[in-house]
Design a protein around this ligand. Structure first.
Ligand SMILES: [Zn+2]
Ligand SMILES: [Zn+2]
Length: 314
């Protein structure tokens, strides 16, 4: 059995509560980082006594620590797709957790190609891993990580995987993110003494109406978003021209269309994330809210690194 089920009483109440919560650790779309700016994509979801990390863009390790997660309690990790802004730091996160002292298996769900990444990472770190096993008496990192392939449909059922408690359900939907084929939205649900709570991560996707059905009635929908005049500005700055614009428009979603998905899904709360642009001057929170307001009348929050949304008790 995993020992990582969160304790009822936090060790340090000032650092962490045991309430179910969503924390946006990295809110920007794309792999670049800039001084003082936000990090690429990663999220923390604490639900049904489980600690779930969704995507592992650059900065995820620091983000988790700052959010009060003890790395040796790392539990479940989900990688939505193999773009680097969603998984570049998976290996360093797992290795850092290992050197912090984890001794129980971490399960990582992701596309088929994740296996190659993990094997390659382990090979690249062979010297250090072997040395620490020999010199410090550590367990073998290679035995502590279980990589599992996500397939559209059910990922985790109650009781499957020997999940303690068995209250968590996670399902996956293949979304439209060309040219990537294996890109999965994820729905996390719990039903317990406090009622139901469901959180959907839309991954990277173009406007995709089946995502609305998949997100139906969710308490929170985390959806990627772009601002059209922001795309114009990025195309202008980078000099990549129409090719970049075509890529962005074909595989991502403008904020009003993200709002349309939220309205179709009748979600309670839309969280805009994977923002494009994320850190260009001249683009304010109100621009995002104004872009969504005509389509979606529910609560809308613009993501930022550290944004925390706690489960509301019914
Ligand atoms: Zn991305
Ligand atoms: Zn992507």
């Amino acid at each position: 059995m995993k020992s990582s089920k969160r304790e009822k009483t936090p060790k340090n109440p000032t650092e962490k509560t045991n309430e179910d919560r969503l924390v946006i650790l990295g809110s920007k779309g794309g792999p670049a980082i800039r001084p003082g700016g936000p990090s690429p994509t990663s999220c923390l979801l604490e639900i049904a006594g489980r600690t779930c990390v969704i995507d592992c863009g650059l900065g995820v390790t620091r983000g988790l620590v700052e959010a009060g997660v003890t790395l040796k309690d790392l539990d479940l990790i989900f990688i939505t797709h193999m773009h680097s802004d969603h998984m570049l730091e998976l290996g360093p996160l797992l290795h850092t957790a290992w050197t912090t002292g984890f001794q129980t298996k971490v399960t990582v769900f992701g596309p088929e190609d994740l296996k190659d990444y993990w094997d390659g990472f382990l090979a690249s770190m062979r010297y250090d891993i072997d040395l620490r096993i020999e010199d410090e008496g550590r367990l073998d990192l290679r035995d502590l990580v279980d990589i599992r392939v996500i397939e559209a449909g059910r990922v985790i059922e109650d009781g499957a995987l020997d999940l303690t408690g068995g209250d968590l359900r996670v399902s996956a939907l293949r979304v439209d993110h060309p040219p990537v084929v294996d890109c999965f939205a994820l729905r996390f649900e719990v039903e317990d003494e406090n009622g139901n709570w469901s959180v959907v991560f839309g991954a990277d996707t173009a406007f995709f109406p089946p995502l609305a059905e998949f997100s139906s009635g969710a308490d929170i929908l985390v959806h990627e978003a772009m601002l059209e005049h922001g795309v114009d500005r990025i195309v202008e700055i980078t000099g990549y021209g129409e090719r970049l614009r075509q890529h962005l428009m074909a595989s991502h979603t403008l904020a009003p269309k993200a709002a349309e998905i939220a309205a179709l899904a009748k979600t309670q709360h839309l969280v805009l994330n994977h923002l494009i642009p994320a850190d260009l001057p001249g683009f304010e929170e109100q621009d995002w809210l104004d872009a969504c307001a005509p389509q979606f009348k529910g609560k809308t929050t613009v993501g930022f690194d550290g944004l925390t949304i706690s489960r509301e008790r019914s």
